[in-house]
Each structure stands twice: as C-alpha cells, then as structure tokens.
Ligand binder design. Sequence first.
Ligand SMILES: Cc1cc2nc3c(=O)[nH]c(=O)nc-3n(C[C@H](O)[C@H](O)[C@H](O)COP(=O)(O)OP(=O)(O)OC[C@H]3O[C@@H](n4cnc5c(N)ncnc54)[C@H](O)[C@@H]3O)c2cc1C
Length: 379
Amino acid sequence: MPDLYTSEHEDFRKTARTFYEREVVPHHDQWEQDGIVPRELWVKAGEAGLLCFDVPEEYGGPGVDDFRYNVIVSEEQTRAGVSGPGFSVHTDIIVPYLTSLGTDEQKQRWLPGTVSGETITAIAMTEPGAGSDLQGVRTTAVDKGDHYLLNGSKTFISNGILADLVIVVARTDPEAGHKGISLLVVERGMDGFERGRNLDKIGLHAQDTAELSFTDVVVPKENLLGEEGKGFIYLMMNLPQERLIIAAQAVAAAEAVVEMCLDYAKTREAFGKPIGKFQHNRFLIAEMATEVRVARAFINECLSKHLDGKLTAVDASMAKWWCTELQNKLVNQGVQLHGGYGYMMEFPIAKAYLDSRISTIYGGTTEIQKEIIGRSLGL
Ligand SMILES: Cc1cc2nc3c(=O)[nH]c(=O)nc-3n(C[C@H](O)[C@H](O)[C@H](O)COP(=O)(O)OP(=O)(O)OC[C@H]3O[C@@H](n4cnc5c(N)ncnc54)[C@H](O)[C@@H]3O)c2cc1C
C-alpha cells in the first residue's frame, strides 16, 4: 500500500510534535492534578494551527479538508503521552457538526473562535439514564415560538467544564421516537445552564469530563442545528468519523506500548540477561509488533476510504472495536512485562494502562460496534 502521508504532512507532524513537547509535556503532571488544562493552551494550539483544519477560509479556518492532518495531531498527542487536551473531540467530532449543518449566520458566529481556540466545544449526548441507547434521551426542548425551553441533565461530557458551546441532544417531540430528536447549541452564560462536578476518573486525569444541567434554558431558534427532528440522523452520519479517530488513537497508543516494551525488554535484566532474551518475552513482543502492523494496515485502509468519502458505518465500527480492544490487550501485557515497575505511575506504561481503558467504552462500546456489524451481516 503506498504511503498515505506526503512530505507536507510530515512537516506538519513536526510542528505538532514540537507543540506537544514544548507546550504540553512540561506542564502535564500539574494539569493532571488540576483535572483540567488551562484555556490559554487552546489559544496556543489555535496559533500553532492545530485546530479545526476543515473550517473554510470564509469562516476563519484554513479550509483544509484532509483528515490526515486530524490523525497526525492525535497521533502526536498520543505519542507524547499527554491525554489532557480535548482537541480531538473539538476538531474531529464537534466542529464538523457546525461546519456541515450550520447556517451561514451560525458559522459566522461560531466557527472563527473554534479555529483560534477561543471557543471550546462539547457535545452532550449521554445522560445518567441513557448512553448506548441514544433514543432513550429524556432532555426535552419544548417549542415556545421563537425559542425552545430546554430541561434535562447530561453526564460524562468531555470538555464539559471548559466548553463555550455545547451541542445538546434533546427531544423536541416526545411522541416521535428517534424522529423527535434535535440538536441545539447552548452557549456559555445562558441562564439555567449549569455545570456539575468535574468527574473523578481512573485515567485521562487532565481532561475535564463533566455533568451538565439545563433548567428552563431559553435557547433561541437561531441555535437549532440543522432541521428539527433530524438529530438522530445527524448523529448517525457523524459517528463513523468519531469512531475512526478513536481507532486511529488506539493504534498510535498500541505502537507506543510496543516501543516502551521493547526498550524495557532490552534494558531490564533478570537471571543475568535482558528479559527480552527469555523466549516468552521475545515471542510476546514479536506478537505485539505483528499485531500493531496489522492494525496499522487496517487503519490506513479505513483512513484512505474516509479520504475518498467511502468509509461506511460498518467499517468504522470494525476499526473502533478491534483497534481499541487490541490497544487494551497490549497495554495490559505491557504492564505485566514491566513487573512491579509497570504498576508505578512514574512509568509511562502505567499511565497508558489507565488512559487506555476508556477507549472500548466511549464513542460507542465494543458491544454496540459488534451489534452494528452483526446487523449488517443480516444477523
Ligand atoms: C471519559 C468519558 C468521556 C465521554 N465523553 C462523552 C462526550 O463528550 N459526550 C457524550 O455524549 N458522552 C460521552 N461519554 C459517554 C460514553 O459515550 C458512554 O459512557 C458510552 O456510550 C456508554 O454508555 P453508558 O455509560 O450509558 O453505558 P450503558 O449504555 O449503560 O452500557 C452498559 C453496558 O451494557 C452494554 N450494552 C448496552 N446496550 C447493549 C446492547 N444493545 N447489546 C449488548 N450490550 C449492550 C454496554 O456495551 C456496556 O458494556 C464519555 C464517557 C467517558 C467515560
């Protein structure tokens, strides 16, 4: 398969790598303690050109509709071992809703800030009682003429504390099943929009993941995204890209695990020789190296298809479950290979272990991906 990346992509990769090394790595331990990254980091990322490539020039973006750049930013963040900045959820998942569904007026209003990093975004689908089953959302938006009255609560929302704009999945018609779901954009400062706890997670410690609540929030009709009642369809259209980027992050993380294991196996000695010289460990790392090669080939195939506009929902589901399960398997094996040091937070493998655990859950669980694939097979 020809190389997917050109020299321009590789130059951009260097920019991203330098950014993470200079602006993120030195501060990340502190931000993990804080449970959040500072807003200034977002503005620096905007200045470095790392946010929202696909935003057209007329709305303040570079207008580069080439998903390879998105993947590069994620790969470099993963490579640097810094899970805090929620850039991917912003650039790869949320802003595409605004670019694809927004009216000209909405795009003028919202997009320039998303590119500069001054406007941070979140998407609020999940509720305390509804995650996998999105049709079960209970948040309601009642039509009051020139506005909707929004009531409900959401949980596990990435960028939830920092967000200035939140795309809220709400029910505009309680009788219409999935055809009664719409997307509303709630803005920072609207009366009745409150943030709850910044949730205490087992990993991703510098990422703000929050509860949000909406009590009689007046959302003007100008903040309806796309058409009323089509929210579920829009989610289904956008989820494949979300799943693809999570899969790509998983492959990059798995590659990093193999590197960590290889380094360790060559330097750590037991019974008078490097542990990599024991056949079990040599075979283990041989298997790991093979599995990440297979994953890399598969993710590149999916990425190529996505660049051609041909990635199906089933392709994305296959990539999502398989790559994230592989990531989790390898990082677990990696901890074992590191012995007691694998359990110490000062070793990158320990942090990778905690940060990876979510990947088979968010963006749709492994089980939901298999449901989608199974149904496509007529089962
Ligand atoms: C760190 C983090 C960040 C997140 N970020 C966001 C965000 O930004 N925005 C957002 O909206 N949400 C976000 N989420 C929520 C995430 O997408 C959901 O947690 C996930 O979709 C699963 O939903 P749930 O937690 O309600 O689990 P449930 O749906 O209750 O599932 C529980 C278990 O049942 C299984 N299950 C459910 N239905 C089926 C079925 N039909 N067949 C087989 N098994 C099934 C699941 O696979 C799972 O194992 C985030 C979550 C976390 C932890």
